[in-house]
Ligand binder design. Structure first.
Ligand code: ADP
Length: 162
């Protein structure tokens, strides 16, 4: 059984992330989506707990997608959940450049126990990023094309300050 981990900030999860999760869940037996705090990014729009709950709700009926959170190095979280492969999504050459570096650090930090597989975003998702969606949302424009309806609803609630 091949269980892979898909780590990210997911603040919020977009249809681009979902495209990668769908591809991974069709290839591997189980996909563990790991919602993590990026130490280089300041406090996000959603708390870690909120992001975790949103993604759990979206995938509640999909048997081979599990959603977890954790702290520390991704490789340690991966090993804790019996994953030897990290999945990452590639949109463009700048994603490639950062992923190739990350992959080597993760391989080194895990003493070669963890490798990384990159999946390509389908064309229609290549321009989507969590930060761009937050910009569109701040301008009160429609984000329904880019996120799951659950995310859209939670973002509306955030805006109203409820
Ligand atoms: P991080 O903060 O670690 O970059 P993100 O939540 O931004 O985490 O992204 C997690 C992973 O998903 C990364 O591999 C990123 O390249 C990928 N990703 C982000 N947006 C998309 C998208 N629209 N299509 C495909 N992959 C994406």
């Amino acid at each position: 059984m091949t269980r892979v981990i898909y780590p990210g900030s997911f603040d919020p999860i977009t249809k681009g992330h979902m495209n990668i999760i769908e591809q991974a869940s069709n290839i591997f037996d189980e996909v563990v989506v790991a919602v993590l705090q990026n130490s280089l990014k300041k406090e996000g729009l959603f708390t870690l707990k909120e992001r975790l709950e949103i993604i759990k709700e979206i995938y509640k009926d999909i048997n081979n997608v599990k959603v977890i959170t954790g702290s520390g190095a991704v490789v340690d979280i991966a090993l804790l959940h019996n994953c030897k492969v990290i999945v990452r999504g590639l949109r463009n050459s700048s994603d490639y450049n950062s992923e190739v570096t990350l992959r080597q650090f993760n391989k080194d930090m895990s003493n070669n126990k963890i490798n990384t597989i990159c999946l390509f975003a389908d064309t229609e998702y290549q321009f989507i990023s969590s930060s761009a969606i937050k910009e569109v949302w701040k301008l009160d424009k429609d984000i329904s094309k880019y996120v799951h309806p659950i995310v859209e609803e939670k973002m509306l609630i955030k805006k109203r300050g409820l």
